[in-house]
Unconditional design. Structure first.
Length: 277
């Protein structure tokens, strides 16, 4: 089969993110629209300098932040443009805030979409995602879904249940998504089931709220990678930590160098110059 322009474009962009080993440490900083200037993202200039220095495989941003800050980092780190998001008072329905064409103009290597399932607007959310994916395909632009069974029709205690997470992942697979970010299910054994449901798309772990300790975060990452995850997409577990750059360095060691939890903690603490809780 002869390659198409869009096929070559998508392959090129995916390699920008996943590199030679097919794995990625992706940092999400798209929380400002839904949460406001929460701890860790008040000073984006300072934060981005720290993170880019540790060479994350991508940054997920909204267009306003990308417009103001990413030009200085052009060519240093791939951009994933978040095109939809919930707001503090409008959830679970997503709001469109950027289009695929804007992602192209900004030099993005992928677009990201929120996909909240198990809600009364689930059909609309799937339809919205399908529309974005259809347009992205025309331009050879990979798509990422933040695919969560977290609508109002499901109890909070059931959101990380493996069967519910598998449902969310399968919906994204059916839509033709390239990278599926979803909830950690609590163990490597159950997350392996999630990864298998998502194949051949790349399934990456969502970090969720800040873990109690760096070790807990690293242990989740190690288990997830052993279960077959293609990488991680963490936000608060990086930039709400006391030493974001050091934590990012430790996470890269786990994902790309197959480091153990203990080795990654040693790497992170050497970088931070102190003990990390």
């Amino acid at each position: 089969m002869n390659p198409t322009f869009t096929g070559v474009g998508k392959t090129t962009r995916m390699k920008h993110i996943f590199g030679g080993d097919g794995k990625a440490v992706m940092v999400a900083i798209n929380h400002g629209l839904g949460c406001g200037p929460i701890s860790g993202i008040e000073n984006m200039d300072e934060l981005l300098k720290k993170l880019v220095g540790e060479k994350p495989d991508s940054l997920t941003l909204h267009k306003g932040i990308a417009l103001r800050y990413m030009e200085r980092f052009a060519g240093e780190v791939p951009l994933i443009l978040k095109c939809t998001n919930v707001t503090r008072f409008l959830t679970p329905e997503e709001t469109d805030i950027a289009q695929v064409e804007e992602a192209l103009t900004l030099g993005s290597d992928a677009i990201a979409l929120g996909l909240t399932l198990c809600s009364r607007v689930e059909g609309k959310e799937i339809e919205r995602a399908a529309s974005f994916i259809r347009t992205a395909e025309k331009y050879g632009m990979p798509t990422v879904t933040h695919s969560y069974p977290s609508g109002e029709l499901i109890a909070d205690s059931e959101r990380h249940n493996v069967e519910n997470v598998k449902y969310a992942v399968r919906v994204s697979l059916e839509l033709g998504v390239d990278i599926i970010k979803t909830f950690w299910t609590g163990s490597g054994k159950t997350f392996e089931e999630v990864v298998k449901v998502g194949e051949p798309a790349k399934v990456v772990i969502s970090g969720g709220p800040l873990c109690n300790t760096v070790r807990e975060c690293f242990d989740m990452t190690r288990q997830g990678m052993d279960a077959g995850a293609a990488g991680i997409t963490y936000g608060r577990n990086i930039w709400q930590s006391s030493h974001p750059a050091a934590v990012l360095r430790g996470l890269r060691a786990i994902v790309h160098d197959n480091a153990s939890v203990d080795a990654a903690i040693e790497i992170a603490e050497d970088s931070a110059g102190c003990h990390l809780e």
